[in-house]
Design a protein around this ligand. Structure first.
Ligand SMILES: C[S@@+](CC[C@H](N)C(=O)[O-])C[C@H]1O[C@@H](n2cnc3c(N)ncnc32)[C@H](O)[C@@H]1O
Length: 195
């Protein structure tokens, strides 16, 4: 079992075969990773750390590049009531849906296959956007994110190399975003941003 941060625990069957569900954990995401090889990444853990002071009960959330849906599930466990888990890769969809059901958050989380740039306007407005995707795609998505986010909204961006921090800070500032929290672990940099 990995403690990703705060009260979120990530459990998996593939990389951590001895993992047991800790029923004393207030919040956990139990993942079936048979098809999705990306069980746990440092940049995923960074989003989970940052989101715990961002996601509120009743929030509408979009998780862009949702993969196994780990972040969408975590958002629902933190109280979000509407979570759109948007993923381009068709091979990830079935596993994400299975993970959502296994975690009992099917009422809140909908897994949607397709490009975030096209689908985000259809689920807007949202108060929180989670996006753990490579920085070049994040930069392309910034205008769509800006239009989809509620006025009091916050985004958590991850998948950014620490060496890309300065460039990303400039891109964000040029598009009217301010960084309100940062996370740095090994080569990865993640940030919570707001207008
Ligand atoms: C690093 S993985 C993140 C998976 C998961 N959210 C996590 O944090 O562990 C990035 C995911 O983004 C997806 N992706 C990349 N570009 C996308 C796009 N334009 N729209 C939707 N998904 C995209 C990829 O297929 C991949 O599954």
């Amino acid at each position: 079992m990995l403690r990703a941060g705060g009260e979120i625990f990530i459990l998996g069957e593939r990389g951590f075969p001895d993992a047991k569900v800790d029923t004393t954990a207030p919040v956990f995401a139990a993942l079936n990773t048979k098809k999705v090889l990306t069980l746990y990444h440092l940049e995923t853990g960074a989003v989970i750390r940052l989101m715990q002071s961002v996601v509120r009960a009743g929030d509408h959330v979009a998780d862009l590049g949702s993969g196994s849906a780990v972040l969408a599930i975590a958002a629902a466990k933190l109280g979000a009531t509407h979570v759109a888990a948007i993923e381009l890769d068709p091979d990830a969809i079935g596993n994400a849906e299975e993970n959502v059901e296994r975690n009992g958050v099917g009422d809140a989380v909908k897994v949607i296959e397709g490009d975030a740039a096209s689908l985000l306007p259809l689920v807007a407005p949202v108060r929180v956007i989670l996006a753990n995707i490579i920085s070049s795609v994040l930069v392309e998505l910034l205008p769509s994110m800006s239009m989809a986010l509620a006025d009091d909204g916050q985004m958590i961006l991850s998948g950014i190399l620490f060496s890309e921090r300065e460039g990303m800070m400039r891109e964000l500032a040029d598009s009217g975003w301010r960084v309100i929290a940062e996370d740095h672990e090994e080569m990865w940099w993640s940030a919570t941003v707001a207008r």
